[in-house]
Design a protein around this ligand. Structure first.
Ligand SMILES: *Cc1c(COP(=O)(O)O)cnc(C)c1O
Length: 502
C-alpha cells in the first residue's frame, strides 16, 4: 500500500479557518475600499474597452483551485495584474456604450450592506424588513414617476381578481397566443416568449419607420391584430418600449392601449433605461397613458445610481402574478403567510431566493434626494445635447435620429464619404448610393474609437444603416470628457476621410 502520497494533510486546530473572523473582516474590508479608491482614481488610465484576447486568462491562472489558503494581498495583486486588464471599465467617464451602469457611493454601500446581512427574503417571515422596505421604496419611486394609484400599494394588498388567460382559453390553446412588439423591442422579450412557450410563428415583430422616429404605429398594430383574429389566433401580450435600445424611440402608450383594450391584451411597458428620467416633470409625458397598462418596468441599475442589479417592476394587478407563480410547500408555511396579511415576494417571481435590493435603492434615494437625482439625469441630457450640437456643426457627420434623453446616434454621412472617395479618384455616383461602403466606413470609425482605448461606444442598426451610439450617463462623465471624446471622433474621421479637421 502506498501511504506516502495519499494521506491528506492533518488539520491544525490552531489554523482552523474562521471565514468570519471579525479582525480579518475589518482588515480586508478596509483594504478593499482602498483598492477600489485607487481603481477609481486611476480609471482614466485604463483602456475603456478591454484589449485582451479570448483565452487570455487561462494562460495565466493555474488550472485547478489552490489546496492551501492564499492571502488577500496576493489575490489582490492578481486582480491588479490579471483581472483589471480583462475588465471593460463601465465606470469610466469615457464609457458611452450600450446604456450606462451608473454606480455610486450610495449604490455601493447599499449593495455592501445587503450583502453583509445576506438575507434570503423569499417570504415576509424570512426577513420582514426586506419585504416591507421593498413595498415602501417601490411606492416612493412610483410616486416620483407619478404612477396612477392602481400601481401603488395600499394597506389592502389583496387587490382585484384577474382571470388568467390560460384558464380562460384552456392550456391546449397556448399555440394560439400571439405576442406583439416592434422591430426595436429588446431581445429580452423574444427570450421571454421562448421560455413561456409562445410558438415562434406567433411572435409578431412589427416594422417601424425612420419617418416615425422608430415608434410602434398603432395602425400597424391594429392591422396585425385584425389579421391574427381573422386567422383564429388569440392576441395575448404587447410589449411597448420607452427608450428603445438602438435609438431611444418612444412608443405611444395611450394610442397603443386604445387598440389593445378591445382585445384584452396584457400591455407591458419596458422603460429599462429611460424610465429613470421620467421622474423629471419635463419627461413625464413619455409615459402618459400609463394608467392603461398592466405592467411597467425600469432598471435602477442603468441610469439611477444604483449598482447592479436592481430592476423595478410595477404590476397593476399582482394577483395575475400570484395566481401563476404561487406555491405553498410545507417547509415554507407559517402563520403570517397563512393570514394573507403579508406579501411573500417569492410568489411574484420565478426563483425562490431573492436579494434585499430595496435596501440599496432606499439608500440611493435617501443619500441623494429627489432634487439631486433629477439634476444628475438632467446633466446627462444636457451633455448629450452638447455632443449632438458638436456633431451637427461638423458637416461630415449626420445625426441619424434626433437625440432624446441622453443617447446620441450619429454617423459619417454618405455625402462626406462620397467626396472623400472622389478626391482619391473613385467615382462619386456609385459611392453615394453604396450603403454598404457607408456602413463599412462607420464601422471602421467605431472600431478605431474603441481600439484607441480613450472611449467606448457601441452601435445599432436602423433601416439598414450602421449607426454609432454615444450613450451618456456614466456617473463620472463631465462636459470636458464629452468634448474630448468628440475631438477624438473628429480626428479619426479626418484620418479615414483624408480631410482636414473642421
Ligand atoms: C437594458 C435593456 C433591457 C435589458 O434589461 P436587463 O435587465 O439587463 O435584462 C431591456 N430593454 C431595454 C429597453 C433595455 O434598455
Amino acid at each position: 500500500m502506498n501511504t506516502s502520497s495519499s494521506n491528506p494533510p492533518q488539520s491544525d486546530p490552531q489554523k482552523t479557518m474562521n471565514p468570519l473572523d471579525l479582525e480579518e473582516f475589518k482588515r480586508q474590508g478596509y483594504m478593499m475600499i482602498d483598492f477600489l479608491t485607487d481603481y477609481y482614481k486611476n480609471i482614466e488610465n485604463y483602456p475603456v474597452l478591454s484589449k485582451v484576447e479570448p483565452g487570455y486568462l487561462a494562460k495565466i491562472l493555474p488550472s485547478s483551485a489552490p489546496f492551501q489558503p492564499e492571502s488577500i494581498e496576493s489575490i489582490l495583486e492578481d486582480v491588479q495584474q490579471h483581472i483589471i486588464p480583462g475588465i471593460t471599465h463601465w465606470m469610466s467617464p469615457n464609457y458611452y456604450a450600450y446604456f450606462p451602469s451608473s454606480g455610486s457611493i450610495a449604490g455601493f454601500i447599499g449593495e455592501m450592506l445587503s450583502t453583509g446581512f445576506n438575507v434570503v427574503g423569499f417570504n415576509w417571515l424570512s426577513s420582514p424588513a426586506a419585504t416591507e422596505l421593498e413595498t415602501i421604496v417601490m411606492n416612493w419611486l412610483g410616486k416620483l414617476l407619478n404612477l396612477p394609484k392602481s400601481f401603488i400599494f395600499s394597506s389592502n394588498i389583496k387587490g382585484g381578481g384577474e382571470i388568467k388567460k390560460l384558464s380562460q382559453i384552456g392550456k391546449d390553446n397556448i399555440g394560439k397566443l400571439v405576442v406583439y412588439c416592434s422591430d426595436q423591442t429588446h431581445s429580452a422579450l423574444q427570450k421571454a416568449t421562448q421560455i413561456v412557450g409562445i410558438h415562434s410563428e406567433n411572435f409578431r415583430v412589427i416594422k417601424t419607420k425612420g419617418s416615425n422616429l422608430f415608434a410602434l404605429s398603432p395602425d400597424s398594430l391594429l392591422s396585425t391584430i385584425l389579421l391574427d383574429v381573422d386567422n383564429g389566433l388569440i392576441p395575448y401580450f404587447l410589449c411597448a418600449t420607452i427608450g428603445t435600445t438602438s435609438t431611444n424611440a418612444v412608443d405611444p402608450i395611450k394610442l397603443l392601449c386604445n387598440v389593445t383594450k378591445e382585445y384584452d391584451i396584457w400591455v407591458h411597458v419596458d422603460a429599462a433605461y429611460a424610465g429613470s428620467v421620467c421622474i423629471c416633470p419635463e419627461f413625464r409625458h413619455c409615459i402618459d397613458g400609463i394608467e392603461e397598462l398592466n405592467s411597467f418596468s425600469f432598471n435602477a441599475h442603468k441610469w439611477f445610481l444604483t449598482n447592479l442589479a436592481c430592476c423595478c417592476l410595477w404590476v397593476k394587478d399582482h394577483n395575475a402574478l400570484t395566481t401563476s407563480l404561487s406555491t405553498n410547500p410545507e417547509f415554507l408555511r407559517n402563520k403570517k403567510s397563512d393570514s394573507k396579511e403579508v406579501i411573500d415576494y417569492k410568489d411574484w417571481q420565478i426563483p425562490l431566493s431573492r436579494k434585499f435590493n430595496a435596501l440599496k435603492l432606499w439608500i440611493v434615494l435617501r443619500s441623494y434626494g429627489v432634487e439631486n437625482l433629477k439634476n444628475f439625469l438632467r446633466n446627462h441630457v444636457e451633455m448629450a445635447k452638447i455632443f449632438e450640437g458638436l456633431v451637427r456643426k461638423d458637416e461630415r457627420f449626420e445625426i441619424v435620429v434626433p437625440s432624446k434623453f441622453s443617447l446620441v446616434c450619429f454617423r459619417i454621412s454618405p455625402f462626406a464619404i462620397s467626396i472623400a472617395n472622389d478626391s482619391e479618384g473613385y467615382y462619386v455616383g456609385k459611392m453615394m448610393n453604396d450603403a454598404y461602403l457607408v456602413n463599412e466606413m462607420n464601422h471602421k470609425l467605431l472600431d478605431l474609437i474603441n481600439s484607441s482605448g480613450k472611449a467606448y461606444m457601441s452601435h445599432g442598426e436602423v433601416e439598414g444603416s450602421f449607426v454609432i451610439r454615444c450613450a451618456i450617463g456614466a456617473t463620472l462623465t463631465e462636459e470636458h470628457h464629452v468634448t474630448m471624446t468628440w475631438k477624438l471622433v473628429q480626428q479619426i474621421a479626418s484620418f479615414l476621410l483624408g480631410t482636414p479637421l473642421n
